[in-house]
Design a protein around this ligand. Structure first.
Ligand SMILES: Cc1ncc(COP(=O)(O)O)c(C=O)c1O
Length: 500
């Protein structure tokens, strides 16, 4: 039911009503949604209205579009939440109600369940984002922990500073100055529980109801969740070979029924766009910062594994001078060391430091002190730099082996993107155009190989050919060779459904 006189853009009305249907349980996870053309006809609107509404719903986690299997209601993971709550009247007898999580009201968002923990398996797992954990120098880490515990006094066991250990903040300031040309004093560095917490706190610090957050399309689903959990409207803007299409931001924001003047935050991954792996060009970086200055928006630079860049030329961080007043930098030790460490950091423009710390304090007070001190010691004694240079060599070899093996088995039937940096590449199996990604992943899994479909990361234009994220950091060259051979065998299966 659309109200053409309400002043609310039609695509917004369509997406709000879908969201309400999902929340009330009338649309359930896995349900398909009507084809855009059909729904447009039923509603008497242009197909673009429906396409934009679906896009908003995908950006906010209500719908997923999988290459080859259409658009469906996403898994909500919120059992109970989808049960309609009976209306209460003043005379209704009081009866026990199951606890109900808060509803984000008008926000187009549903919380997702955390992904299941991955247990070690025999499968050849090309999961992206897992570093070479087997190569982590446990003995050196133990030494740093012991050093800290041996000198720990009562003061170290109390509530420490919300901004983090002075020693670690000084080490981080040196690291980013040397590797990212980002010359920030330790007073602008705040230690967080991973980059994820840095980004979540930033959103809580900056965003007000009605604000707009611009994200890259495609982008990481976790980030869409962080932004979607706020009262902001999340607007995806496409990425091309040079990175986020900055000149399109205003038009895209308007098309989704919002005002470009309300853009408060623009999220980007300039060193290695997630998941395409492209590096943002100089021209685009300049354009983005100029755009943000003009609009009074803040840019969030997620530099989640910048340490691993395999090309000669390396661009400085976006947050480096002269852009430090509009860019917040988020860094992480999850890829260089190990994800369970839960240590990351934000480097903030000075006026944001105190408000950010206010939110950090109510979120978790501070990040665990002993691990912070141990990491400062680990960096100071050179163990961190040695580990990075060792893993860089390892990842170069593994990446080369993956690219060679894909070429050997798929030849002209494969396209690779994002091989100049990071711990994964985006692999498009052009020879299997028309075959559903999930089907290929299932066939590979039957041969004990895990690969990860990419189209779920796209809001607007999922790839026309089956595409997968393939992480190589945690697999030896021999395992990579074996994994690609098995994947190729799965791709050759004669009963694989192929288009006529
Ligand atoms: C795009 C992106 N940003 C940031 C992170 C780092 O998150 P954290 O430091 O919280 O582990 C990841 C980890 O996978 C990521 O993929």
């Amino acid at each position: 039911m659309l109200d053409r006189d309400s002043g609310v853009p039609l695509q917004r009305q369509v997406s709000d009503q879908f969201a309400a249907l999902v929340r009330s349980g009338r649309l359930r996870p896995g349900d398909t949604v009507p084809a855009s053309r059909v729904l447009a006809q039923q509603l008497g609107v242009s197909r673009n209205v429906v396409l934009r509404a679906y896009e908003l719903l995908r950006a906010n986690g209500f719908l997923t579009a999988r290459h080859g299997s259409g658009t469906r209601v996403a898994d909500s993971g919120t059992t109970g939440r989808t049960t309609p709550v009976p209306p209460t009247t003043s005379r209704a007898p009081l009866s026990p109600q199951p606890p109900r999580p808060t509803d984000t009201g008008e926000g187009l968002w549903q919380p997702w369940e955390p992904p299941p923990v991955q247990h070690a398996s025999h499968a050849l797992d090309f999961r992206h984002g897992t570093p070479a954990l087997a190569s982590f120098p446990v003995a050196h880490w133990r030494q740093s922990l012991n050093t800290v515990l041996n000198r720990a006094d009562h003061a170290m066991l109390g509530y420490g500073p919300a901004e983090g250990s002075p020693a670690l903040r000084a080490e981080i300031a040196t690291l980013v100055r040397q590797s990212r040309a980002l010359d920030a004093g330790p007073d602008r560095v705040v230690v967080t529980g991973g980059a994820t917490q840095a980004m979540d706190i930033l959103v809580r610090t900056l965003i007000e109801p009605g604000d707009v957050v611009v994200i890259e399309d495609p982008s990481h689903t976790v980030l869409r969740q962080i932004f979607g959990a706020s009262r902001a409207a999340v607007v995806p803007v496409p990425v091309d070979d040079e990175g986020l299409r900055v000149p399109d931001i205003d038009a895209r924001v308007r098309e989704t029924g919002h005002d470009p003047a309300r853009v408060r935050l623009v999220y980007v991954t300039p060193s290695h766009q997630f998941p395409t792996g492209r590096v943002m060009s100089r021209a685009r970086r300049r354009a983005l910062v100029a755009w943000a200055r003009e609009r009074g928006a803040t840019v969030l630079e997620d530099d989640y594994h910048n340490e691993y860049t395999f090309t000669e030329e390396r661009l400085p961080a976006l947050a480096a001078e002269p852009h430090q007043d509009v860019v917040v930098y988020a860094g992480s030790f999850s890829k260089t060391l190990f994800p369970a460490l839960r240590l990351g950091y934000a480097i903030l423009p000075r006026p944001l430091v105190r408000p950010f710390l206010g939110v950090k304090w109510i979120t978790d007070r501070l990040t665990p002190t002993i691990e912070q001190e141990a990491l400062a010691d680990f960096i100071a004694r050179g163990a961190y730099a040695r580990h990075i240079s060792r893993t860089s060599r390892l990842y170069r070899q593994r990446r080369r082996r993956l690219l060679e093996a894909l070429d050997e088995h798929f030849g002209a039937g494969v396209r690779i993107s994002g091989e100049s940096a990071g711990l994964h590449v985006l692999v498009t199996l052009t020879a299997l155009r028309g075959v559903a990604e999930d089907e290929i992943a299932r066939r590979a899994a039957a041969r004990e190989v895990r690969i990860y479909p990419a189209s779920g990361y796209y809001v607007q234009d999922p790839p026309a050919e089956p595409s997968f994220l393939m992480g190589y950091a945690a697999l030896t060259p021999e395992r990579i060779t074996e994994g690609v051979a098995r994947l190729a065998a799965a791709a050759r299966e004669t009963d694989l459904p192929r288009p006529a």
